[in-house]
Design a protein. Structure first.
Length: 486
């Protein structure tokens, strides 16, 4: 029996352990109690359109996520629209990223650093948040892990020309999923400089990076014409720097434990640039235009996980000579302790309240509140996503502000009529259901048509029901007994 166990351990690839661990974390509470929030709602309703309709929409909005929408469309066609189909690609991608961290750690340091880093990756709070997210950020993290592993292979003399093509392809796919992922190239550039890579590495790397950038450039330039989509991102402030500063401090400690040297490939020479360069690069870009959102550089967590693995490896090496048996259990003890410490946060991230809102919960409340002949309004128009994802809850309601639907108009949420037409339509109703944001997350009403909606409701209607539903508000207005001004 002992012999069989020994053979199994030798044959079992070490990357499989973090892969399965991250996979289990992703499948645990995958539905978040049957909740879907606004960003995922965009994925859901766009993925349900035809390829032609998606292409038309990308010409007006969200071109930056075009490849992801097409991928999800294919999955929805094959497996049907569901929360599992929506989120499972992110779970698998994060598991793949954890496997990449493990293989890189194994190649550069050893088994303990590999196992510690791979397991740590799946436990990081940011990773757990986007592990169950129907958006492209986990896929970008997986692509970043693959491209970094390919670079390490080349620096160790393991790769061939075809691997450089694969490297450039991985960088390009990530860029097509989110072009800010190109910030991985400065990280890899720092690694090449730090390790004093030779001409045989520099030339194909520059060629691969240049081809990837050139191929992604049309998307970058075109998406800049749709920059209004990110106009809501606040300008950079000092308090926004706290998170990156903490990460950089942790990374520096981990790098010191790995004792990096100029001219030598080590875990720190790969991991520290991977953590630092994307964070600093995004900060620099945000000084030109506000873009600082941690999800845009989620892939930098690969570097942090690698450095945590290096720190754990250093602890094992320090205890090994004195306590050889105890050191074997150190990794397991640290991982278990981290899981216990992070359990409250892990549970919170699998709760509907961990997101800004829940479009499915709103649709369920509308179904309960509506009556025959009612109309419905949305402030802002983007809150129409709840009706687009869960149309059954809105059957029988008339969307009196909508002039052209999302598919017909090639937009995310459709085109609404002008303020005058909306006012006239509202005054012809007796009951209106309003779906808007909860007060704590609502932004000031700015659009003219939304101001017109608010003014008419306040002047001519009376509130008869008002419910807060997971980040949104459903209000029922009744004008029976009131008459408009002559």
């Amino acid at each position: 029996m002992a012999c069989h166990i020994s053979i199994l351990r030798r044959r079992l690839p070490i990357w499989l352990i973090p892969f399965l661990s991250t996979l289990v974390f992703g499948l645990w509470g995958l539905s978040r109690q049957q909740s879907v929030w606004r960003d995922e709602a965009a994925t859901w309703q766009v993925a349900g359109r035809s390829v032609g309709d998606i292409w038309i929409m990308l010409g007006q909005v969200d071109a930056v996520h075009g490849l992801y929408y097409l991928l999800m469309h294919g999955l929805f066609e094959c497996f049907g629209p569901s929360i599992t189909t929506l989120r499972l690609p992110s779970v698998l991608a994060m598991a793949m990223a954890a496997a990449c961290v493990t293989v890189i750690g194994r190649r550069l340091t050893g088994a303990w650093a590999a196992l510690g880093g791979g397991l740590a990756f799946g436990l990081l709070p940011a990773v757990q948040f986007y592990l169950q997210e129907g958006r492209p950020y986990a896929l970008v993290a997986a692509g970043a892990g693959i491209s970094t592993l390919l670079l390490v292979n080349q620096l160790q003399g393991r790769g061939r020309t075809v691997h450089w093509a694969a490297y450039g392809g991985a960088v390009l796919v990530c860029a097509l999923l989110n072009w800010l992922s190109l910030l991985i190239l400065p990280a890899h550039l720092m690694t090449l400089i730090w390790t004093k890579a030779g001409r045989s590495t520099w030339v194909p790397w520059v060629a691969s990076a240049t081809v990837a950038i050139a191929a992604a450039l049309p998307l970058i330039l075109f998406s800049r014409s749709q920059s209004k989509q990110v106009s809501w991102i606040p300008p950079l402030t000092w308090h926004m720097m706290i998170g990156p500063a903490v990460l950089l401090a942790m990374g520096t400690v981990g790098a010191l434990l790995d004792r990096p040297r100029t001219g030598r490939l080590s875990l720190a020479t790969v991991a520290l640039p991977l953590l630092v360069a994307p964070q600093v690069g995004l900060i620099a870009l945000s000084l030109i235009q506000p873009l600082f959102l941690d999800r845009y550089v989620l892939f930098s967590m690969l570097g942090l996980a690698l450095l945590l693995g290096a720190a754990l490896n250093a602890a094992v090496e320090a205890t090994g000579p004195r306590f050889p048996r105890a050191s074997r259990w150190l990794v397991l003890g640290v991982v278990v302790a981290a899981m216990v410490a992070l359990l409250p946060q892990s549970l919170a991230k699998r709760s509907p309240t961990c997101r800004v809102d829940d479009v499915l919960a709103v649709a369920a409340h509308v179904r309960q509140l509506k009556e025959a002949g009612d109309a419905v309004l949305f402030i802002p128009a983007a809150r129409r996503d709840t009706a687009l994802v869960s149309p059954d809850g809105f059957v029988g309601l008339r969307d009196i502000a909508l002039a052209r639907g999302p598919v017909a108009s090639g937009t995310l949420n459709g085109e609404e009529a002008g303020p005058g037409r909306i006012r006239t339509a509202m005054l012809a109703q007796e009951r209106i259901l309003l779906v808007t944001d909860a007060p704590e997350v609502a932004r000031p009403v700015s659009a003219r048509r939304d101001k017109a909606k608010t003014a008419v409701l306040k002047k001519y209607f009376t509130v008869v029901a008002d419910e807060l539903v997971r980040g949104r508000r459903v209000t029922v207005y009744d004008r029976r007994g009131k008459r408009p001004d002559a």
